[in-house]
Design a binder for this molecule. Structure first.
Ligand code: NAD
Length: 372
């Protein structure tokens, strides 16, 4: 961006401000040179909570009204999954500002051409929110992985966590709104796989379904169809393999994410606890993240704890990552660094999730396209 057009401060317009939108509000409040100036949130309860969090923000009734607020110079989309793409298209048509859009970028495989059109024409940065990359223990593991493993050949991501929380209007109880659990929840992990392995996937095999959670839940006469467990195996172009194990009825576990990478030299692991607010008080302090390096020769696992700033833990459920992601998004919005999680990355993460859903449904291996 030329010097004369640079803005000293980012003024966010927020589109959708429920649970995650409010985590963003709390994190933006911790950033220097950033403010939230306009919020579009249709639900009365969430609007009231948003107003309480940022009393100075203007509450408006549409995307058009957010874009009409002159001071707004960047946007955050944190609405339900199935709205992200159409909202990006609307913004593109009216006032294409830098946008941080929550994952998943889209939910329907037929939407790929619309995304390609957006990629070709959007004149400002679009950053897809993939918080897991920015969790301090995950970032540390990624930084050390090449040296610790001698080149990753196997990568395993296990998430054992609590069931899906309740959302406004129960939108997350149906695959048609979320893209399916392997898109909604697991696009994060597919993004991590590509990011860590620095390679694109070629094929996916999966088994998954709804085994324990939401089985008796009915909304508007329709039974919830959202899956709660899966195994997914992914082959990468580089020859590396990755596996995801998801279980959403395992909130009793000490750690929520357990990521391991192994290569000819050794193994590196990272253990990440779930949100501290869910850790029972009578058990004392919540667990602290760990990174463990285990060389093959000489043997001797070495563990370091990676504590996260308590203020950042307090501001959200994602181990401080929402804050670190905004720091980098801000720089990208100001033209000071490239976008790190671009539309391409957002597309791949969803394409992998959709392929995994299809593989589990059909019992067949699903090949991924080489481009879109
Ligand atoms: N990156 C992460 O780790 C992470 C974590 C949680 C949620 N998310 C994503 O954030 C998004 C929001 O999820 P949530 O958990 O906050 O759900 P939520 O239901 O709490 O919030 C969504 C909000 O969007 C509002 N909304 C509905 N229709 C809208 C419209 N047309 N325009 C604008 N807003 C509208 C709803 O009223 C609601 O308040 C989802 O895409 C979800 O996948 C990401």
């Amino acid at each position: 961006m030329p010097e004369e057009e640079r803005v000293a401060k980012l003024n966010y317009g927020i589109i959708g401000c429920g649970m995650m939108g409010q985590e963003h509000l709390r994190n933006i409040a911790l950033l220097p040179d950033a403010a939230v100036v306009a919020i579009f949130e249709p639900d009365a309860g969430m609007r009231a909570l948003s107003a309480e969090a940022v009393p100075s923000a203007k509450l408006v009734d549409s995307i058009e009204e957010v874009l009409a607020v002159d001071e707004v110079n960047c946007l955050l989309i944190a609405s339900p999954n199935y709205l992200h793409l159409e909202q990006l298209e609307k913004i593109a048509a009216i006032r294409p500002l830098p946008v941080l859009v929550e994952k998943p970028l889209f939910t329907d495989p037929a939407d790929a051409p619309r995304l390609a059109a957006l990629r070709a024409a959007y004149p400002a940065p679009i950053w897809v929110a993939m918080e897991y990359r920015y969790m301090p223990p995950v970032a540390r593991m990624i930084a050390e992985a090449a040296e610790a493993t001698g080149g990753i050949r196997m990568l395993t991501i296990r998430e054992h966590r609590f069931p899906f929380l309740e959302k406004v209007g129960d939108w997350n109880r149906f695959n048609r709104n979320t893209g399916g659990t392997l898109v909604e929840k697991c696009c994060h992990f597919f993004d991590l796989m590509r990011h860590i392995l620095k390679s694109d996937p070629v094929r996916v095999m999966a088994s998954g379904g709804q085994s324990v959670n939401h089985l008796d839940e009915v909304y508007g006469g329709q039974k919830s169809d959202i899956w709660d467990n899966a195994y997914v195996i992914v082959d990468f172009a580089s020859g590396a393999r990755a596996m995801l194990e998801l279980c959403m009825f395992a909130e009793g576990a000490r750690y929520q994410e357990e990521i391991s990478a192994v290569g000819p030299k050794g193994k590196i692991e990272c253990l990440v606890p779930g949100p501290g607010r869910f850790w029972p008080e009578h058990l004392g302090e919540p667990p602290v993240s760990q990174v463990i390096v285990s060389p093959r020769d000489p043997k001797g696992p070495h563990m370091v704890e990676i504590p996260v700033d308590p203020q950042l833990l307090e501001a959200g459920d994602h181990n401080g990552s929402t804050f670190y992601q905004h720091q980098r998004f801000q720089k990208a919005a100001l033209g000071e660094q490239p976008v790190e999680v671009a539309l391409d990355d957002g597309w791949w993460a969803v394409a992998m999730g959709l392929a995994a859903q299809r593989s589990a449904e059909t019992g067949e291996v699903v090949n991924l396209p080489t481009e879109w």
